[in-house]
Design a protein around this ligand. Sequence first.
Ligand code: ATP
Ligand code: MG
Ligand code: MG
Ligand code: MG
Length: 470
Amino acid sequence: EKMGLNEIREKYLRFFESKEHLILPSFSLIPKNDKSLLLISAGMAPLKPYFTGQEVPPKERITTCQKCIRTGDIERVGKTARHATFFEMLGNFSFGDYFKEGAISWAWEFVTEVLKLPQDRLWVTIYLDDDEAFEIWNKKVGVPAEKIVRMGKEDNFWEIGVGPCGPCSEIYFDRGEDKGCGKPDCAIGCDCDRFVEFWNLVFTQFDKDEEGNYSLLEKPNIDTGMGLERIATIMQGVDTIFDVDTMKNIRDQVCKVAKVQYGKDASTDSSVRLITDHIRSVTFMVSDGILPSNEGRGYVLRRLLRRAARHGKLLGVDNTFLWDLCDVVIDNSKHAYIELGEKKDYIKKVIKLEEERFDQTIDQGMIILNDYIQELKKNSKAVMTGDKAFKLYDTYGFPIELTLEILEEQGISIDIDGFNSEMTVQKERARAAREETNYMGADMDIFTTLPAEMVTTFNGYHDTVSKGRI
Ligand code: ATP
Ligand code: MG
Ligand code: MG
Ligand code: MG
């Protein structure tokens, strides 16, 4: 009998509870008092004040399963076996209590004794000159030296926005040659899906400030993060995160609604995976109080939702369907995240409204966009002007990234500077109009009642996509 995703989560939290950790529920996806992050993208992010000593944690040892969004990975979703925009991160944290030795030996104990993963398939990486970590893995835990790989800053130094950071050590699982790219130099660190990184142990020793300076923290901490969907993929011996029990429930429902079969056609499958992923992000974001808008988090939500809606069209779905998919997402996760069950009707209503709104213009917008594409091709041009992209955005509700993506399939790019300047002009016009009418910034948008902390400024396409490394 395979261990289900929900069961793995429970096992992890109970294991660290038995090591005297306090279990805390997941924090909201909306960061509190952290301007360096748009959305929570790691288990440690909401705990930053405890790491820096700004606040006193309820206990020196904490364990959580944190909801995470990483829009930076959006292009990889459905293409790799292991990336999602929404995922759950299991973590155990030490605030000045245990350090490298505790973190490493408990991680190993959990992986080999609780999950019972075969040791000969496991690999670890350490930061370049971290001999201390090497000694612990090699001497204390008994991992052979040839399976401890030293990697550089890109992979084994962890930081997110400002705040606590440090060198890290990661645990990988070798899924076997048949899951890999087959290239002769394929080895740990290869970007294919053979060696899958599933757990990152961060030795938080530094604090990074706004200017990028690192200072030593008074007491070193531990921050670990293990992707729940990833470890479930490994435990269940399936191909991708989309084959994990709970994910498959959603995937099956997508196929049912779209009347397609999974595993028959590559481009169909890729749309199915994309929708399966995005509907999770959307459901969890709405449950945490994010509403579709043209700025900040609301824009991320809108973009994900509209991208999923467009892929629904590609599959031949001709009515709104995303709001209905929420049921299976909620059923999968409502025991771990009670807010999902409690807000079910609200979540569905918000998604339905946004879906209907996009549905009214998407067909028309696609016709216009196809005209633009034909015209460009006729004139052998490969760059679409900013004003055209802006029109699709402004009149037909196409997030710029969506237009970019559709054009990319045709080998066409967009004059982004041109788009951004149209955007600035529009903002300016809207501001002037507001001043004139003293209209308090309200338009006919039903979604304008955003809490002040959720409103961020649109600084052009690049800034809204992702912040920092992730
Ligand atoms: P990768 O190199 O595979 O992109 P990462 O190094 O960016 O992962 P970390 O920041 O170390 O990931 O996050 C800790 C863990 O969270 C990872 O080891 C992985 O198990 C999980 N994880 C990270 N990104 C994703 C994602 N997009 N989808 C699902 N799980 C993820
Ligand atoms: Mg990595
Ligand atoms: Mg990592
Ligand atoms: Mg990554």
